[in-house]
Structures are given as C-alpha cells and as structure tokens.
Design a protein around this ligand. Structure first.
Ligand code: DOR
Length: 416
C-alpha cells in the first residue's frame, strides 16, 4: 500500500515537502507522488506520539472504554502506539489475554496496542504473575498500576525476575497506608474544604523505598505519574547514583492544581491527586532539565454517572488522550519548545522502554502525525471518540490539533 502526504513541514523545518509511504515504511521525501495522496494542509509532520500509560478498560469495563473507542481516541490524539494498563476485569495477567488483545487491536487499524501485563497475579500484590510467558505473549511492561505495590519483598522479586528478562516494571508510587482515604492533595485546600487529604509524603516515601529496591536489584524501574516536587528530588538523587530509573509526568499534574477541587467536582479526582502550583512548576522544570524522562497521560475514563458521584465516592481518573498534545502545546509550548515537547511524547517514551527511537528518515517505520500548530479550536467532548465525553479542559480553546495519524503506513485518523 502506497500513500503520499503532500504540503507538510518536517518538525524543525520551514520547507514545504511531501513524504511517500509504502508497505509501512517511509519510502522517500519529495519523490514523484504515488498511491493515494493526502493534503497535509501545511501541517507539521512528526513521528506519531507514544503513550506509555492509558487505561482502555478492556476486558470487562467496556462501559467506560474499550479497545475500539480508546484506540480511536488515541489515534485522534496523534498517538501511534499505546501501552494499556492491566487493571481490568479480569486483570491482564494471562498470556492468552495479552495475545488476544494484541490480535483484536491489530484488526482495528487504529493506534497500535502494546498491553502492559500485571506484575502480580490478579494485581493482588502477592504472587508474581507468569512474567516470562507474559513477555512471550507480547506484554510491553509489567505493572500493578491502579494498585500500589505494598509488599516490598514481592516488588524486589519482581524486579529481579523482570530484570533478568530485560523488561521494565512501572509503579504507581503511593504508600497506600499513608494515602489512606484521602481524596485530594492534603494541604490548605483540603483543610478548607473539609475533605480527607492524601499527603505528598505518601508519594515521596514510596518513591524513596522503591529507589532502594532498584539499588538492591539493579533492575529497570519506571515511576508513573510523578506529582510532587519531593518525589522528583528523590528520583533525581537516584539518577545521580546511577540507578536505572526513569519517570513520567502527566499533563494534568502540570496544568491543574488542588485549587480545582474547590467546586467539589469529581472530574478533578485522580490518583495521585492534583497538587499545588509549586509542585506543578517544579515538575515542569524537571521536564526542562531532563530529570523527568517523558510525558504520559494516564488516560483513565470512567462513566459520567460514576464521575458525577460526590468526591468521596467517585472513582479517580481523568480522561483526555485525544487532547493531550493540544493541552501541552497550548499551555507549555512556549516554555518547552516544539522539538523538546515532541521528544517527550515520542522518542523519550521509546527510550524509556528500550524501543528503537522513531525517525523521519527513508526506511523508518511510517508511524506519523500531522499537527496543525496554529488553528485554535474549542474542546468539545461531544466529538470525542473516547466513551468519556467530558474532560477538565472542555470549553477551553487549544492549538496543536492532529490532522492526520498514520500507523504502520495506514491512515488511523484523519480530521474531517
Ligand atoms: O486516577 C487514577 N485512575 N489513577 C490510577 O492509578 C488508576 C486510574 C484508573 O484506573 O481509573
């Protein structure tokens, strides 16, 4: 299959060019157009985004999201690859389930799925899952995300085993006993609202423990959705010690703070919680100085009815994979710059995983996105492909909308 995208600019260049794609690879630049031609409308061509952290809810929670809606949302957000989390029902801890998800997703022609498998059976934090078989089935990483790894010995064994398989473990780093029943960041806002708080120490203490387990085992650990300045400092120190640790931050922890909870709206309830402006500023600095490795969304859809419950009862999670790039570009593009931002959402996640870095050279895999960096559009969740048709950014005006996403040389999304 051959496809030519005309009227595009490569990231970092002002020249209008065309790219021809054949059999899933970039065939060449500015050659005689072949096959179907698509007008890139002057947009910026970049490698498709890579998401290391999304909840697609299949199997078993398909009232919230499913592979089709989640991967269509991802493609609309400019993502070519998505690592989905295993906190489903049943939990993704079975090699046959990993295989069937990959197969099912492959037939959809949307973003490519790379399932994360559970580190422990049933994500119970007790016995390790069959890591070697899960790797053989195509699991991208191991994580008990959604749950915290309370048993340090089990995580240590997991690190030793996963390390010997050359696999990454990612952790939801919160001490569950310290977090207790906190529904938002513990601080002046939670006190003013009379809501149970989740202290920054719950994250920092857990990250500190986990850094010691990395030191003990020498195995690769990725810390998910860092939300506090203190936890980032602990990761920084670990990196200075030469430990093989990486970390991600999510756009919601950069752009939103605990002040958002003043309206008691559970749309802002997320784990770890929205923190203070000082934390958000500190995390942004971490992106700039390289101590934060990459950006991930933690796209976590729930039903509207669930998120309309009161703060104490509603589940945690913010869903926004299809606007993550526009949010980052609009809010932080001036500070990060386009090339750095794109690196954090494409090559950087690939480096975290040890995957080949995406490239725009002839011969590279054709996972591509065309971004309209300038046109402002209002966020209208009714248009979302995700089943979660609500988001904290609804009604805001953003730039940086994907026009076209190509995955494996085929069109996975095209803005009408
Ligand atoms: O807010 C969250 N929602 N954090 C998690 O770790 C899990 C996620 C979910 O599955 O809804």
């Amino acid at each position: 299959m051959t496809l030519t995208i005309q009227n595009i600019k490569r990231v970092g260049s002002d020249t209008t060019e065309s790219v021809t794609i054949e059999n899933g690879k970039i065939k060449g630049w500015n050659i005689e157009p072949e096959g179907e031609t698509i007008d890139g409308k002057g947009g910026t061509l970049a490698p498709a985004l890579i998401e290391l952290h999304a909840h697609l809810r299949e199997p078993g929670q398909t009232e919230k999201e499913d592979l089709h809606s989640g991967l269509a949302a991802a493609a609309a957000g400019g993502y070519g690859t998505v690592v989905c989390m295993p906190n489903t029902s049943p939990v993704i801890d079975d090699p046959a389930l990993v295989r069937s998800l990959i197969e099912k997703a492959g037939a959809l022609g949307l973003a490519r799925l790379k399932p994360a498998a559970a580190l422990t059976k049933g994500q119970k934090g007790e016995a390790l899952a069959e890591l070697s078989y899960l790797k053989g089935a195509g699991a991208a990483m191991f994580t008990d995300d959604g749950r915290t790894n309370e048993n340090a010995r089990v995580l240590r064994l997991g690190l030793e085993y996963a390390g010997s398989l050359g696999m990454v473990i990612s952790v939801h780093a919160e001490d569950a006993t310290l977090r207790a029943d906190g529904v938002m960041n513990e601080g002046p806002v939670s006190e003013a609202l009379g809501l149970p708080g989740n202290p920054a120490a719950a994250e920092a203490a857990r990250v500190a423990r986990d850094m010691e387990l990395v030191a003990q085992t020498g195995a690769r650990l990725h810390v998910q959705h860092l939300s506090t300045a203190r936890a980032l400092d602990i990761v920084r120190e670990a990196k200075k010690r030469g430990l093989p640790v990486t970390c991600e931050v999510c756009p919601h922890h950069l752009d939103l703070t605990d002040e958002a909870l003043r309206g008691f709206d559970a749309i802002y309830k997320v784990a770890p919680p929205l923190r203070t402006q000082a934390d958000a500023d500190y995390l942004l600095e971490g992106l700039l100085d390289g101590s934060v490795d990459c950006i991930a969304t933690d796209h976590a859809p729930h039903t509207k009815a669930e998120k309309e419950r009161d703060l104490l009862e509603a589940p945690s999670g913010i869903a926004y994979i299809e606007i993550a790039f526009p949010v980052m570009w609009t809010k932080f593009g001036d500070k990060l710059g386009l090339e750095k931002l794109l690196d954090l959402m494409t090559a950087a996640p690939a480096r975290v995983m040890g995957w080949p870095e995406p490239s725009l050279e002839a011969g590279a895999p054709a996972d591509l996105v065309v971004l309209d960096l300038y046109t402002e559009r209002e966020v209208n969740p009714a248009e979302f492909k995700s089943k979660a048709k609500f988001t904290p950014w609804q009604g805001q005006t953003l730039r940086g909308w994907p026009l076209l996403t190509v995955v494996d040389g085929k069109v996975a999304y095209r803005r009408e």
